[in-house]
Design a binder for this molecule. Structure first.
Ligand SMILES: *[C@@H]1O[C@H](CO)[C@@H](O)[C@H](O)[C@H]1NC(C)=O
Length: 398
C-alpha cells in the first residue's frame, strides 16, 4: 500500500518535472576569454561568462543581451564575501541556465522574441556592471571591473555576429535591470547605427526613499557601492555633472536624459525594495516587518499604509520617464520582483495583466511600435491577476 502510494507520488513528481522542463530550455555557459586581456574580469579575476542560445529563422539578426541581477557589494569586506560565490566568480557559476519567459525559444511562450539570439550575461562584479578600478590589492585580489565587463561582452558579441544586428535589446532583471538603465545609451553607441536598439528594465527602478526608521539607508549604500567600484566615470555624465555620483545610481536621476527608447517593467510594491530599501533589517531591529516582508497578506493595516506611501513615492520617482511612445511602462500593483524571466508572469493564461495586456504583449507591441504602453495599476490588492511573492524564512534575497 505504502509502496503504491509512493510510486504514484513519484510519477506525479516526474510528470511535474517534465512539464517544467518543457517550459524552459537549458543553455550552456560560455566564458568570455577575450575579456581577460582587457582586464574585464569578475571580482576574483576570473573571466566573465554568459549563456547564449542562438537565433534562428527570421530572428537570426536580432539580439537580446540580458544582464543577470543579484544585489551589490558596497565595501571590501562585503565584496570579499561575494568573491568566491557564483556572483563573484565564473568558477562557481552553474554550467547551465534555464531560459523561459522572455528568453524562451518557443513561439507559444514568447511570440515576439523566441527566435532571436538570446544572451544571459552572468552577474559577477557586484556593481551592476559599472565599476572600473585599475588597482588590484594583492591582499584581497578583488577586481572592480564591472564597467569593463559590460563593454567587453558587447564587443565579444559583435564579433560573434551582433555587428549584423537589425534589432537589438539591452535588458536585465534587478541589479541587471539597473544596468539596462544606466548603460542604455552606451549600448546604443556600441551597436551598429542601423540597428533598432532599445532597452528594457525588469525590476531595475530602485528609488531613493528613507527607510521605516527615517534613515537614508539606500542612498548611503549606493554611495558606498559607487565609491568602492569607481563607478562614477561609467555613470551618465548628464547626471554626474550636477549630482554626486552615488545619486546617479538612482534611475530617477538619470532617466529623463536617456536618449535610447526604454521600457520599464516593475511592481509598484517591488518585493526587493520593500525588503531592502523600505524596511531593511537594520531599520527594523525588533523584526516587526519580518512576516509582512515574507508574505504581503501578513502585513498589518499600518504596514500596508506605509507600503501605499512607498507606491506613491515610487510613482513620483517614475515621473521623469514621461509619456512619449519611445518610452513605455508596465507598473503592476503586485508584490513581486523580476517578472519577465518566468513564464507564469511573462505570458500565461493566468499571468498579470494591465489593461487586459500581459507583460509579453505590452513589451512586444512597444518594441515593434504597434502600440504604445504606459499603464500604472490600481493599489494593492485590487489586481486579481498578480502573482504575489511568498518567501520562506531562510530564502536569500534575489
Ligand atoms: C560594509 O558594509 C556592511 C553592509 O552595509 C556593513 O555592515 C559593514 O560594517 C561595512 N564594513 C566596513 C568595513 O565598512
Amino acid at each position: 500500500m505504502k509502496g503504491t502510494r509512493m510510486a504514484t507520488w513519484l510519477s506525479v513528481l516526474v510528470f511535474a518535472v517534465i512539464l517544467l522542463k518543457a517550459e524552459g530550455v537549458d543553455v550552456g555557459l560560455t566564458y568570455v576569454q577575450s575579456a581577460v586581456p582587457k582586464g574585464a574580469v569578475c571580482l576574483d579575476g576570473s573571466p566573465p561568462a554568459y549563456h547564449f542560445d542562438k537565433g534562428f529563422g527570421a530572428g537570426i539578426n536580432n539580439w537580446i543581451v540580458h544582464f543577470e541581477g543579484g544585489g551589490w557589494c558596497n565595501n571590501v569586506s562585503v565584496c570579499l564575501d561575494r568573491r568566491d560565490t557564483r556572483l563573484g566568480s565564473s568558477k562557481n557559476m552553474d554550467q547551465t541556465a534555464s531560459f523561459s519567459g522572455y528568453l524562451s525559444n518557443k513561439q507559444k511562450f514568447n511570440p515576439d522574441f523566441y527566435n532571436w539570439n538570446r544572451i544571459k550575461v552572468r552577474y559577477c562584479d557586484g556593481s551592476s556592471f559599472t565599476g572600473d578600478v585599475e588597482a588590484v590589492d594583492p591582499k584581497t585580489n578583488l577586481h572592480f571591473r564591472g564597467g569593463r565587463i559590460f563593454v567587453a561582452v558587447i564587443e565579444d558579441l559583435l564579433a560573434k555576429g551582433m555587428r549584423n544586428a537589425q534589432n537589438a535589446i539591452l535588458s536585465g532583471c534587478s541589479a541587471g535591470g539597473l544596468t539596462a538603465i544606466l548603460q542604455c545609451d552606451r549600448f546604443r553607441s556600441l551597436i551598429p547605427a542601423g540597428a533598432k536598439a532599445k532597452c528594457i528594465s525588469d525590476a531595475g527602478y530602485f528609488i531613493n526613499v528613507k527607510d521605516v526608521s527615517g534613515a537614508q539607508h539606500i542612498q548611503e549604500f549606493y554611495s558606498q557601492v559607487v565609491a568602492t567600484h569607481g563607478s562614477a566615470k561609467n555613470l551618465p555624465a548628464s547626471c554626474t555633472s550636477r549630482l554626486s555620483p552615488g545619486l546617479c545610481f538612482f534611475p530617477e536621476n538619470v532617466v529623463s536624459q536617456i536618449k535610447t527608447p526604454i521600457f520599464f517593467v516593475n511592481a509598484a510594491y517591488d518585493s526587493w525594495q520593500i525588503k531592502n530599501i523600505l524596511a531593511p533589517g537594520v531599520a527594523d531591529p525588533h523584526g516587526q516587518w519580518r512576516e509582512c516582508k515574507l508574505d504581503i497578506k501578513k502585513c498589518s493595516s499600518g504596514q500596508l499604509s506605509v507600503m501605499q506611501g512607498f507606491r506613491t513615492d515610487f510613482l513620483s520617482a517614475l515621473s521623469g520617464v514621461g509619456n512619449s511612445p519611445a518610452r513605455g511602462k508596465f507598473i503592476d500593483g503586485c508584490y513581486a520582483h523580476c517578472q519577465m524571466g518566468t513564464q507564469e508572469t511573462w505570458m500565461r493564461a493566468d499571468s498579470p495583466v494591465l489593461a487586459k495586456t500581459t507583460i509579453a504583449k505590452a513589451v512586444g507591441d512597444w518594441y515593434y511600435e504597434t502600440r504604445p504602453f504606459h499603464e500604472i495599476d490600481c493599489t494593492y490588492p485590487c489586481n486579481p491577476t498578480c502573482h504575489n511573492r511568498i518567501f520562506d524564512n531562510n530564502q536569500k534575497d534575489d
